[in-house]
Design a protein around this ligand. Structure first.
Ligand code: BMA
Length: 340
């Protein structure tokens, strides 16, 4: 292995398939049994997609965007022995506030899950008189304590870094509008305590590359590597038939992650398979999590497909970093500190 994954525990039994011979130039290959979560997975839930997982105890745990049969999304907890076959709790996660009172958002979608210093944090999109970021912590996946919303509306696609950098928590987000948002760049904010957020910086914007020319948004929690923070994100293009969501990749500066070190000018994965092209919202690949193993450099990417399914794809750290660098175009708005 040329490069190293830092700060993450070993995951010796992580889900994995070797790269097929016919995978072509692109260094990401899909799991052959995709999608891993099919329609109508639990009574009262029509679709699960855009969801996040993490190693936990002797298996895996996850927080899942579950679109109920009334059309409203909430977050459900799921458990798996192998990271591929999941069983779900029958009821959506019920949060409590810091005083112990029950808290249920009006809706909740696109959750991310990250462990910092032994505590798991959930970050998602919810209503705060407009689409905004919700946040909660849990230590045991039984009690979920809702924290203050980090930002004012409108904002979506929040992704927390898995450790403090320079003594502060860091959160990527995508300021947006109240609808389907025809614009959007990724920003980063800092907090000493996960309550007060500031020092907002621009990280990277939509680009002149056509596949990400409408908007971009954070995806999986960044992976700390010897080469910088590896970020899988989504990039969106517009067509006469609607938006198309692809997966992109970038490397951010280890100590000042508002600076982009490398950014792949081409997509890493774009809708091509039936479960990506056909569904409730066609042509969506929306990454929300990775499982990665420092001992082997293996990375499994979990992504929502067509707002209908969860799918997986694989890569290795060496392959993905070499590919991102070989195809990197970093523009001035990516490489400066992002403060105007
Ligand atoms: C975005 C979010 C995602 C969704 C995508 C495509 O705005 O709502 O949850 O996957 O649109 O519909």
């Amino acid at each position: 292995m040329k490069y190293k994954i830092l700060g993450s525990p070993s995951v010796p039994d992580m889900p994995w398939q070797e790269k097929p011979a016919d995978c072509g130039d692109i260094p990401i290959w899909r799991y052959t049994e995709n999608p891993i979560i099919d329609r109508n997975p639990i009574p009262g839930v029509a679709r699960i997609f855009n969801s996040a997982v993490a190693p936990y105890e002797d298996g895996y745990i996850g927080v899942f965007r579950a679109e109920q049969t009334d059309g409203i999304p909430f977050i459900y907890l799921g458990r798996s022995k192998d990271g591929i076959h999941w069983s779900f709790e029958k009821e959506k996660i019920c949060f409590q506030d810091e005083q112990g009172n029950e808290f249920m958002p009006l809706y909740a979608y696109d959750p991310r899950l990250v462990r910092i210093d032994g505590i798991y944090y959930l970050i998602w999109c919810q209503d705060a008189y407009g689409a905004a970021i919700g946040m909660a912590r849990t230590e045991d996946f039984k009690v979920f304590t809702r924290l203050e919303n980090p930002f004012l509306p409108f904002n979506r696609n929040a992704v927390l870094f898995p450790r403090k950098i320079g003594g502060t928590y860091r959160l990527l987000s995508r300021p947006s509008d109240s609808g389907h948002t025809p614009f959007g760049d990724i920003y980063i904010s800092e907090s000493p305590d996960l309550v007060y957020w500031g020092r907002h910086r621009h990280v990277m914007g939509k680009s002149p590359e056509w596949w990400e020319s409408v908007k971009i948004g954070g995806g999986a929690a960044p992976i700390e590597t010897s080469e910088g923070w590896l970020l899988f994100y989504h990039g969106v293009t517009g067509t006469c038939n609607g938006l198309v969501y692809s997966i992109g990749g970038a490397l951010l500066d280890p100590e000042e992650p508002s600076k982009v070190l490398a950014r792949c000018s081409t997509y890493l994965l774009t809708p091509e398979k039936w479960y990506e092209e056909r569904g409730f919202v066609p042509n969506v690949c929306f990454p929300c999590a990775t499982i990665h193993d420092p001992d082997t450099g293996r990375i499994a990417i979990y992504y929502g497909a067509a707002d209908s399914y969860v799918a997986m794809a694989f890569t290795t750290l060496d392959e993905i970093i070499d590919y991102i660098r070989a195809h990197s175009v970093v523009r001035e708005s990516d490489s400066e500190i992002g403060r105007r």
